[in-house]
Design a protein around this ligand. Structure first.
Ligand code: F6P
Length: 536
């Protein structure tokens, strides 16, 4: 499937990205994809017209158009779980019916969204209150897809935040909930238990701890708890009244779920209207993904750039580098989105893949990363394709000079990665320091930057709710396109199961109520160590 691309890769070896710009002054305009004022620039890569054509041919070979329509129209494309994949229905505000087994699911989606609006408004205005008065704080308890999306987006959209304070507890480590609840008023805190399955051990343990804390502190869990789940039969057993339960169907995958009830904490933080704007941003990306020709299609070109770098060039990871402090949680969010979706070893039909499907995804906001790991990105032997992201303007007009510095740094990094610095340029820098020629050469070699390192830049006017919706949907569809081309199921996650099972079996062993029989020597010795040191 990748033969033509491998041949092109070999043929282009030694070519420099800068030469592509020299040969084609219009390259920046030709190697980008736009959606309104949002632009994905992939010109700082070695992708040229032939490579792009060969990449686009992959879409045809994989039947991408048909798979895309199968997803949007509710076919059970998650074949290992026998489910449709319809998170797009949650943001289908202006679209027509979406049929699952012949039934339009949109009336239910709209009804749940309307209930969320009423609930969020009631919390925000104080119409709904705790035992001690209007809610001052909201604690979302969830993990993975039931945490990362709303946590990431609530921070990202802090300038739009005008509701109660929002906190996110995910880790089963008691430190997380203890640190979060410390200082909160148990009579004026709303606890939202977010769990698609309502069985996840971390979430249920934290939810019980929060309930005990509330009861001890004079709060009223019957009034002050809400649940977001597909397992609405289990929420009543926990004591959460139906009026506070927001359900969603099993065709919404956990890591794709922030568009619906799992986004309730975000809606409470920024308000229903801004939440709608977020949904509309996602919907705008859906419309673009369904209609734009491949070469102008942002999710498709982002996916093909990823395929080129990972499958063809063989770079094992990619860095996502938002130049926006409020996108600090975006790399973690993308790690789940991309690695839980495409970290697979078998094709949809069960046959083994002959190469890795999804790359390792990692990153940090700029400029902080520059003072940490960028050394390796610039001079390490490994090549790490970088995905920069930056807004033309921030939200602090009085601090505009900060934003200009931020922008300059972002653009400087992609330029430096591409341009590099030659040995003769490095020699010129250290010349005149009194070194003999051998020492001058030695000093200069440490200052050489190979350059020719690829990056993409996503640039947009400002990080608004609408823009965040576009960005998240862009990456969702990118993951889908990569999955289709690789022939895998991007919508299951069997790889998380074994660890969960073993943790359950280790429970009584680390409690000390069962021997470590059958465990390997290392695990048994570590358990013994922990038991010896357990008591303070
Ligand atoms: O870690 C596995 C996983 O199933 C994720 O896919 C999911 O987002 C997370 O656990 C939380 O699951 P739930 O929402 O059912 O609690």
């Amino acid at each position: 499937m990748f033969q033509d691309l491998h041949a092109l890769h070999t043929d282009r070896s030694g070519r420099r990205i800068l030469d592509l710009f020299a040969a084609d002054p219009g390259r920046a305009e030709r190697f980008c994809a736009d959606l309104g004022e949002m632009r994905l620039d992939y010109s700082k890569t070695l992708i040229d017209a032939d490579i792009r054509a060969a990449l686009i041919a992959l879409c045809e070979q994989a039947g991408l158009a048909a798979r895309r329509e199968a997803m949007f129209s509710g076919d059970a494309i998650n074949e290992t779980e026998g489910r449709p994949v319809l998170h797009t229905a949650l943001r289908n505000l202006d679209g027509g019916p979406v049929l699952v087994e012949g039934r339009d699911v949109m009336p239910e989606v709209r009804a749940t969204l309307a209930r969320m609006r009423v609930f969020a408004d009631a919390v925000r205005t104080g119409t709904l209150s705790g035992a001690g008065g209007a809610f001052t704080d909201v604690v979302n308890i969830g993990i993975g897809g039931s945490d990362l999306g709303p946590a990431m987006a609530t921070l990202a959209l802090a300038p739009y935040h005008d509701g109660p304070r929002c906190h996110f507890v995910s880790n089963v480590d008691g430190a997380h909930i203890a640190d979060t609840l410390r200082g909160l008023d148990p009579t004026r805190t709303l606890v939202i238990v977010a769990s698609k399955t309502f069985t996840t051990i971390e979430t249920m343990t934290n939810a019980r701890t929060a309930r005990d804390w509330m009861q001890r502190g004079g709060g009223d869990p019957a009034r002050q708890f809400a649940a977001l789940s597909s397992a609405t039969d289990k929420t009543a057993d926990f004591g959460i009244p139906d009026a506070h339960v927001f359900g969603f169907a099993d065709w919404v995958g956990g890591r794709y779920s922030m568009w619906g009830p799992i986004g309730l904490s975000l809606m409470i933080a920024i308000g229903p209207d801004d939440f709608d704007a977020f949904l509309r941003g996602g919907q705008a990306m859906d419309d673009h993904f369904r209609s734009a020709p491949w070469a102008e299609n942002m999710p498709v070109m982002l996916a093909l750039t990823g395929i080129w770098h990972h499958q063809v060039c063989g770079y094992p990871s990619r860095a996502v580098l938002p130049y926006d402090q409020r996108l600090a949680r975006l790399p973690a969010y993308f790690q789940q989105l991309e690695m839980e979706s495409n970290g697979k070893s078998v094709a949809m039909d069960g046959t083994a893949l002959d190469q890795a499907a999804g790359p390792i995804v990692w990153g940090e906001p700029g400029t902080n990363g520059q003072h940490a790991f960028y050394q390796l990105i610039h001079q390490g032997k490994q090549i790490v394709p970088c995905e920069f992201m930056v807004a033309a303007r921030g939200h602090e007009p009085e601090l505009d000079h900060h934003h200009r510095l931020l922008l300059a740094n972002c653009l400087a990094q992609s330029e430096a990665l591409m341009r590099g610095r030659s040995l003769s340029e490095a020699r010129a820098i250290v010349a005149g320091r009194g070194h003999d020629d051998a020492e001058l050469d030695r000093q200069a070699r440490h200052r050489v930057f190979e350059g020719n390192r690829p990056s993409t830049t996503l640039i947009y006017p400002q990080l608004t709710p609408d823009m965040l919706g576009r960005i998240v949907a862009l990456y969702e569809h990118r993951v889908f396109v990569e999955g289709v081309i690789l022939g895998i199921n991007s919508f299951d996650q069997w790889g998380v199961e074994l660890g969960k099972e073993l943790a359950t079996s280790l429970g009584p062993i680390v409690e000390g109520t069962q021997p470590a029989t059958g465990k390997d020597g290392s695990t048994a010795a570590l358990v013994a160590y922990a038991l010896r040191h357990r008591d303070h």
